[in-house]
Design a binder for this molecule. Structure first.
Ligand SMILES: NC(=O)C1=CN([C@@H]2O[C@H](COP(=O)(O)OP(=O)(O)OC[C@H]3O[C@@H](n4cnc5c(N)ncnc54)[C@H](OP(=O)(O)O)[C@@H]3O)[C@@H](O)[C@H]2O)C=CC1
Ligand SMILES: O=C(O)C(=O)Cc1ccc(O)cc1
Length: 461
């Protein structure tokens, strides 16, 4: 464990007082880890109406002092982290920022930094330093080894050193970048990835059934397991996290729009059975994204590993009766064939926008993004698997209605983000989430185990 008193070069002679404004999932996660690390003065608050309940809830946590509001936390703390909804960061910093202690350091945990930066620059006094942060994982993932972005925006070097020392007990991997770099990377890694999973969920909901539970059975093992489990994990979370990082990040709209466009264009080629055009486009995208990618050990080692985490039972896929003129092509389809349109579109989108997902993976990947590249890699690095997906896309009508729903969903999410409408986003999100709610508990457990297994296998390489 790091020595919490090791704060060299900082002007503080005793332990710094750490302030946490916003005691939701992330605020509490930080409180738990910083308290366990031995920090003795942690001042926290949520909204004033939650004061009594929070005091009761955290009574046993060593070092924690619950205060009534952000003014009291700001006035008394040397390092303050705002962990509130991105949508409210302006309002909250406007209210409490002017109370910040002279010479203190301020950070935000928000997943999108453009509004956070604007709020800090507008409302924090000049004599306050800004060293922001962002843990690139959810509150249930252990922070050990996960990327933790640090943004040294304003203030002396000792301010960054102090923040590093305070946060070192999380044992995350510090990644240094500017506010702008942060938003560009997270648009690539998070926003468009979430758009893909949100679209899958909406599509399945609009099909009106859980695909892995239908009596006639679709295959839901292998990489389909990742899609289903991660989709559940996202919809079991709070909508505002995804809405904020998509709607408020200026780079995110472009990626999400291109994703929907890629999916639509590929789907049209499928419908028109324009085989040469579809194959050419997908192979070109594969070459652009994967040709120069590092040939390290693949993220997903085997589909068999994934089958252990499946919500459904693997079954032989039932193809539609082949259409007369496509009898020959459908005959060569393997069992469990799937067009994997969501993945074809992802790689097409990366290629079109010249995004190198492996560069982002190196710097600042979230567990979900790592998994998403893992499935894309699994499909695209095998000619056999990619051709099977393309054959299914062109000749197998079994999945076509699902693919149609997927297109409608992807365009809907893209439009919602481009309109910047939080309320519409919430309604879309909650409508889909309510459909999957009965399966959340089981799926969450499976998803956590799956993520742990995949990350551990990756680390053991
Ligand atoms: N959850 C995740 O996976 C991650 C989230 N983040 C980011 O961290 C931030 C917090 O997320 P998370 O903890 O999950 O969200 P939560 O909704 O769980 O927590 C936010 C908390 O801040 C409270 N709050 C709102 N306004 C104030 C205020 N004026 N004073 C004090 N507290 C206030 C909220 O109250 P109320 O609910 O009543 O509004 C809520 O309790 C977000 O910006 C998110 O994008 C970053 C990394 C991962
Ligand atoms: O891994 C993901 O993309 C998640 O969904 C969890 C998450 C959500 C918000 C963040 O700012 C960081 C991580």
């Amino acid at each position: 464990m790091a020595n919490p008193n090791a704060t060299p070069a900082s002007p503080l002679e005793e332990q710094p007082t750490i302030g946490l404004i916003g005691m939701g999932e992330m605020g509490k996660m930080y409180a738990r880890h910083l308290s366990a690390a031995g920090w003795k003065k942690i001042h926290v608050c949520d909204l004033p109406q939650k004061y009594e309940a929070l005091k009761h809830e955290l009574a046993e946590m060593p070092g924690i002092v619950v205060l009534r509001d952000g003014h009291l936390v700001s006035r008394s703390s040397d390092f303050i982290i705002y962990s509130v909804e991105a949508e409210y960061i302006d309002k909250v910093v406007k209210e409490y920022g002017p109370s910040t202690k002279l010479g203190a350091i301020v950070a935000g945990q928000t997943s999108v930094k453009a509004p956070e930066r604007a709020a800090f620059e507008s409302y924090l006094p000049e004599d306050v330093h800004i060293v922001s942060c962002h843990s690139l994982h959810g509150p249930t993932v252990p922070p050990l080894g996960q990327p933790l972005v640090l943004i040294h925006h304003r203030g002396p070097d000792w301010a960054l050193t102090l923040v590093e020392n305070i946060l070192r007990p999380l044992r995350s991997r510090f990644v240094y970048m500017s506010f702008e770099e942060h938003d560009s990377v997270t648009a690539n890694t998070q926003a468009v990835t979430h758009a893909a999973f949100l679209s899958m969920g909406t599509a399945w909901r609009n099909c009106g059934s859980y695909p892995w539970e239908q009596p006639e059975g679709r295959y839901v093992g292998g990489i389909e397991t990742v899609k289903v489990n991660i989709m559940h994990r996202i919809y079991a979370n709070k909508w505002h996290i995804y809405a904020g990082l998509a709607i408020l990040n200026p780079s995110a709209k472009v990626q999400i729009e291109q994703y929907a466009k890629s999916a639509t264009e590929l789907f049209k080629l499928m419908l028109e059975t324009k085989e040469a055009e579809l194959r050419g486009r997908v192979y070109r995208a594969r070459d652009t994204v994967f040709r120069d990618a590092p040939r390290t050990r693949p993220i997903l080692l085997s589909e068999n590993l994934l089958d252990r985490f499946s919500l459904g039972t693997s079954r032989e896929n039932l193809h539609d009766v082949p259409q007369e003129d496509h009898r020959e092509q459908t005959a060569r389809l393997p069992p469990n064939a799937n067009s994997h349109l969501s993945l074809l579109a992802m790689v097409d989108c990366w290629a079109t926008l010249s995004i190198n997902p492996f560069a982002d993976l190196e710097v600042a990947a979230t567990p979900i993004f790592r998994m998403w590249i893992g499935v894309a890699e699994y499909l695209f690095r095998s000619r056999e698997r990619l051709d099977a997906a393309l054959d299914a896309a062109l000749w197998d009508t079994t999945h076509r209605s699902d693919d149609l729903e997927f297109i409608v969903a992807a365009r809907g999410w893209s439009q919602c983000v481009s309109f910047g409408n939080f309320d519409l986003y919430r309604r879309r999100f909650e409508k889909t989430a309510s459909f999957f709610k009965p399966r959340f508990a089981q799926a969450q457990t499976l998803a956590s185990k799956m993520i742990t297994a995949i990350l551990e296998e990756g680390n053991s390489s």
